[in-house]
Design a protein around this ligand. Structure first.
Ligand SMILES: [Zn+2]
Length: 478
């Protein structure tokens, strides 16, 4: 039986976090009343002229530099012509044969190790509006999104499995959010992904006929849709069929892809340079200014976390997976030198709480300062690890400090020997049978005694001192 290889290329659209649109001063704010963020320019009224938003160009260059692209000194804007109800201008302004960024790459961790994924191009373009079909009035059109700036990031066909596509997409999202130029939210449409997929017999070098899948609106759906389409193509070819070039729409509810109507698919965009816009000139000085102001990127941060904080690889990877989480961790380390505990708390409680409450880590009332204080309180034996975790809900729901809470709840750990000896003796006296069994070799009974002691001390006895005194006292009974 023929063994097949999968070839995937991705086109990612990222909505840029500028305040205004690509060619006018309308707001890009999401969720405003329909058709309120509009003006004659983004509606394409006769006689209006687009004015390029400098911020968009800077964001595009930032992304280009972050993924090792060369930045074109002169790039052009082109009109992509098509008719659609949510596109009042009848064309989108995009870039065609002279995109701003070209020939970049990123590395991903694939199943077979580190792998280089080449990026063919990154170009700027304006978004179209939105047709809304589910309000019970036929089709409604909201053109607020017309003219909102996007960059499109296009790979070479270097991806060979759905999981590699997932890794790559994640990497791009990570870089975009580190740069602060896109919020990376696929569910809300600020990050969108289309895929070109083909299969070929192993060892073959020519590319097979590809299909394109659109409408995959979550990371999980990208993996599912690609898996589906690869299986469909292999099945088809193995049964003597032929893959035909077409565009498919992913239906997440039905877990299948279906072809777009051929009319929608017949593209002849008649690209031509937009006569209203001059060539965009990016000189060395501007490019270098942007380069020098780039924030620290995920890979650099990962390496720095290994060396500066001496963290295990796993920790550095989890912490740098998002810029917010990494920032939280770094803020904790301003107040404690116990980096491993800072990492454990950030990867554990903080990540969990931030997911549960749908808040960015730095928005939590359990601030880095409070977390650092908890770590110090544990390390100084003032509270137990368990107590620290028990008071997390109090820290999340109030502005009180850990010290105020442990004082108010009387939770300070007792390390005083005489207090602990008293409780240990009481527990030993009350349980003579267990003491005998323990001394006859049933060592796991130690847990039974510790439990009783912690109960009597209301959880406040220092466990290390309890253990030490308990063992000595039991030995004395032998
Ligand atoms: Zn406008």
């Amino acid at each position: 039986m023929t063994k097949f290889e999968t070839v995937i290329g991705l086109e990612i659209h990222a909505q840029l976090l500028t305040k205004t649109k690509l060619f006018c001063s309308c707001s890009t704010k999401f969720g405003n009343p329909p058709n309120s963020n509009i003006c004659p320019i983004c509606l394409g009224h006769p006689g209006v002229l687009p004015v390029l938003n400098k911020n968009v160009v800077e964001f595009a260059i930032m992304m280009g530099l972050a993924v090792n692209c060369s930045i074109r000194e002169f790039s052009t804007f082109a009109r992509k012509n098509y008719f659609y109800p949510d596109l009042p201008k009848g064309y989108q302004i995009s870039q065609y044969d002279e995109p701003i960024c070209e020939n970049g790459y990123v590395f991903i961790n694939s199943e077979s190790g580190e792998k280089k994924i080449r990026i063919l191009r990154i170009h700027m373009e304006e978004d179209a509006g939105k047709s809304i079909h589910d309000q019970g009035y036929g089709t409604l059109v909201d053109v607020n999104r017309c003219g909102v700036p996007l960059i499109e990031i296009v790979t070479e066909p270097d991806l060979n499995s759905p999981s590699e596509a997932f890794q790559y997409l994640n990497k791009i999202k990570q870089i975009l959010t580190y740069l602060g130029i896109c919020d990376g939210n696929m569910e809300e449409g600020s990050l969108r992904c289309d895929a070109n997929i083909s299969i070929r017999a192993m060892g073959e070098t020519a590319l097979g006929t590809k299909t394109e899948i659109k409408n995959m609106n979550s990371f999980r759906n990208v993996e599912r849709a690609l898996t589906y389409e690869i299986e469909r193509q292999i099945d088809l070819v193995e049964n003597g069929g032929k893959v035909i070039q077409q565009t498919l729409l992913w239906n997440a509810d039905k877990n299948e892809a279906y072809p777009m109507r051929s009319k929608e698919e017949a593209h002849d965009y008649r690209y031509f340079p937009d006569p209203d816009l001059v060539k965009l000139h990016v000189n060395e000085k501007w490019k270098n200014e942007i380069k020098n102001n780039l924030p620290e990127l995920p890979e650099a941060k990962f390496n720095r976390f290994l060396s500066d904080f001496n963290l295990p690889q796993y920790d550095a990877e989890v912490l740098t997976s998002s810029r917010e989480l990494a920032n939280y961790f770094e803020e904790v380390t301003l107040d404690t030198k116990d980096y491993k505990s800072a990492s454990n708390w950030t990867m554990g409680e903080i990540l969990k709480l931030s997911n549960e409450l749908n808040l960015s880590p730095l928005e939590l009332k359990l601030t880095p300062k409070k977390t650092a204080r908890l770590i110090e309180l544990i390390n100084q034996n003032i509270i137990s690890n368990k107590t620290a975790r028990d008071i997390v809900p109090d820290l999340i729901n109030s502005v009180k400090s850990p010290d105020e809470i442990i004082k108010a709840k009387n939770l300070i750990q007792i390390s005083d020997d005489s207090f602990i000896i008293e409780i240990v003796n009481k527990v030993i006296d009350e349980n003579p049978t267990e003491v005998k069994e323990y001394n006859n070799g049933k060592e796991k009974l130690i847990g039974f005694f510790v439990g009783k002691i912690m109960q009597l001390s209301k959880g406040k006895a220092n466990p290390q001192i309890v253990n030490k005194i308990l063992k000595e006292s039991l030995l004395a009974k032998k």
